[in-house]
Design a protein around this ligand. Structure first.
Ligand SMILES: *[C@@H]1O[C@H](CO)[C@@H](O)[C@H](O)[C@H]1NC(C)=O
Ligand SMILES: *[C@@H]1O[C@H](CO)[C@@H](O)[C@H](O)[C@H]1NC(C)=O
Ligand SMILES: *[C@@H]1O[C@H](CO)[C@@H](O)[C@H](O)[C@H]1NC(C)=O
Ligand SMILES: *[C@@H]1O[C@H](CO)[C@@H](O)[C@H](O)[C@H]1NC(C)=O
Ligand SMILES: *[C@@H]1O[C@H](CO)[C@@H](O)[C@H](O)[C@H]1NC(C)=O
Length: 224
């Protein structure tokens, strides 16, 4: 590369540095490249420019680092409830309704869990139709309800359980006709609590009518 080529390379470097430095452009504009001088003089000039712009950039980087340090020191960790700060439009809706479509004729002390495979609503994805279990996605107050439909002559009880403990009992039975019964309960749940419906041991029937009438529902009233 001859001298003119080197000058051209330096000139390109200076132009590039101006782009990066932004604010140092004015400083460059003030001084002029020696015109009509020897190539060597121009070369010296460019070397000087390179040095001063580098220094400029380095001190600007140092200022930015200082700002970053100041900002990170001023950041106070948030100790608040993160959901409480979300806009009302944020998903806090948790609700489900599921139907028992197939009547069950085989409840026993070992087959207790009732199946509600037809999902009508499942907002917030707490309900799992595969095992008819609702898992509380957040802690809070929940309301559950259960309606059961029953053939004549027999008496049956179904109950909603929270982690295995009954929280809501529904019973129906009368000798002469078909029956329906419903009940609801409000409970305090902790995230991860599981709710399902089971046949209660006190029943004198292994039967529950499904027929898309027997229904299990629940929803989050308020997160706590
Ligand atoms: C600009 O100066 C630095 C030293 O400050 C040097 O490392 C670099 O090679 C110079 N750039 C050119 C194009 O000569
Ligand atoms: C809100 O709910 C919808 C539908 O239930 C879901 O697709 C979406 O991912 C949820 N958003 C958040 C932030 O949980
Ligand atoms: C009950 O509903 C589930 C889910 O939609 C379906 O797979 C099953 O075949 C239905 N059973 C009856 C008896 O209708
Ligand atoms: C139901 O299935 C879900 C997801 O597979 C699981 O987390 C949950 O423990 C199951 N419920 C019961 C009561 O086994
Ligand atoms: C309900 O549960 C929450 C935590 O899930 C707890 O902080 C609160 O004290 C409970 N309230 C009652 C009345 O049990």
């Amino acid at each position: 590369m001859n001298l003119t080529g080197i000058v051209a390379t330096f000139a390109m470097t200076i132009i590039w540095l101006c782009g990066v430095g932004g604010h140092v452009e004015d400083a460059v504009a003030k001084r002029q490249m020696p015109q009509g001088d020897t190539t060597l003089a121009q070369l010296r000039y460019l070397i000087e420019e390179n040095k001063s712009m580098r220094q400029n950039l380095l001190s600007r980087v140092e200022r930015i680092n200082e700002d970053a340090r100041r900002i990170s020191v001023s950041i106070v960790p948030c100790t608040c409830n993160t959901w409480a700060n979300k806009p009302a439009s944020f998903n806090r809706s948790v609700a489900f309704t599921a139907w028992m479509n197939a009547s069950s004729y085989a409840f026993s002390s070992s087959v207790r869990r009732a199946q509600f495979p037809v999902v009508i609503t499942n907002v917030g994805f707490g309900y799992n139709a595969a095992n008819s279990t609702f898992t509380a996605p957040v802690s809070g107050l929940y309301e559950f309800s259960l309606a059961i439909y029953m053939e004549l002559k027999k008496y049956v009880g179904l109950q909603v359980v929270q982690n295995g403990k009954p929280i809501l009992r529904t019973r129906t039975g009368n000798y002469y006709t078909f029956h329906m019964a419903s009940n609801s309960a409000i409970v305090n749940a902790t995230v991860g609590d599981r709710f399902w419906v089971e046949h209660s041991g006190e029943s004198d029937s292994s039967v529950v009518y499904g027929q898309e009438v027997t229904t299990f529902s629940g929803y989050l009233i308020k997160e706590l």
